[in-house]
Design a protein around this ligand. Structure first.
Ligand SMILES: [Fe+2]
Ligand SMILES: [Fe+2]
Length: 245
């Protein structure tokens, strides 16, 4: 296992700054080597196919529930630029789904239409306020930062490695984007209540890791990550994010 450096640099925090960041990122994507002559070996494909199908499905959300919660928040706060930034954020997730889907097509891995874990995550976000929606999302994003690192190391495909590099760059900033807003939403909250909310989020993260591990064991195992590595990474990442925002 190679060391994992996943802590995003501190960035500007206004919605206008985030909007500028997403606009800039859209124009400065890594070039992906779509014409690479390398194809996955049967062993590589067997190890990642099930897993990449589920993550690709998770990435392709249209963000309907998240946008509803964001609109309700923006109506109260008047922060219109946040709504625009959120649209670009969802656009980045859809790009991840599109690129992963194209990679799968190149490798003859069928797209998955539904999976219980995806349905569960969507259900958690249905009808909730922006804070809950962001907390569920943050949980998925923290785990994604170690999952894509493992996927990047699981095969010799330069295309998949570069694609994972781009997704990891994006996801690190997504973490910061979400934590910025969560901090703002909690500004008026009493410190003990804020800590209790964050602790609840932490427990949800720890539980989700176990589910993800069971479903994506082969990718993690192939890259040399054990369950404790994932727990350690997620623990440090969530602690760092809450303490350095
Ligand atoms: Fe993503
Ligand atoms: Fe993300």
């Amino acid at each position: 296992m190679t060391s994992v450096t996943l802590f995003p640099p501190k960035t500007s925090q206004t919605s206008a700054d985030w909007l500028a960041y997403f606009e800039h990122n859209r124009q400065n994507l890594l070039t992906l080597p779509w014409n690479t002559p390398y194809f996955l070996t049967p062993e590589e494909k067997a190890a990642i196919a099930h897993s990449i199908q589920n993550f690709q499905l998770g990435e392709q959300s249209e963000g309907t529930n998240l946008m509803k919660a964001t609109r309700r928040y923006v109506e109260r706060s008047g922060d219109v630029e946040f709504l625009q930034a959120m649209k670009l954020f969802i656009g980045e997730e859809q790009r991840h789904a599109r690129d992963l889907g194209n990679f799968m097509q190149c490798e003859g891995i069928p797209l998955r239409q539904k999976h219980w874990s995806d349905r569960l995550f969507r259900r958690f976000r249905r009808g909730v306020n922006l804070e809950i929606a962001l907390r569920v999302l943050l949980t998925a994003e923290i785990i994604a930062t170690i999952y894509y690192k493992a996927l990047q190391e699981a095969t010799h495909s330069s295309l998949l490695q570069k694609l994972c590099q781009q997704i990891l760059q994006d996801e690190h900033q997504h973490l910061r984007f979400q934590i910025d807003r969560l901090e703002r939403l909690q500004q008026q909250r009493k410190p003990w209540l804020k800590q209790a909310s964050n602790f609840g989020n932490y427990l949800f993260l720890m539980l989700t890791i176990l589910v993800v591990w069971l479903d994506h064991y082969r990718v993690f195992h192939r890259s040399g990550y054990c369950l404790m590595d994932i727990y350690r990474h997620c623990h440090h990442t969530s602690r760092y994010l809450w303490e350095n925002t």
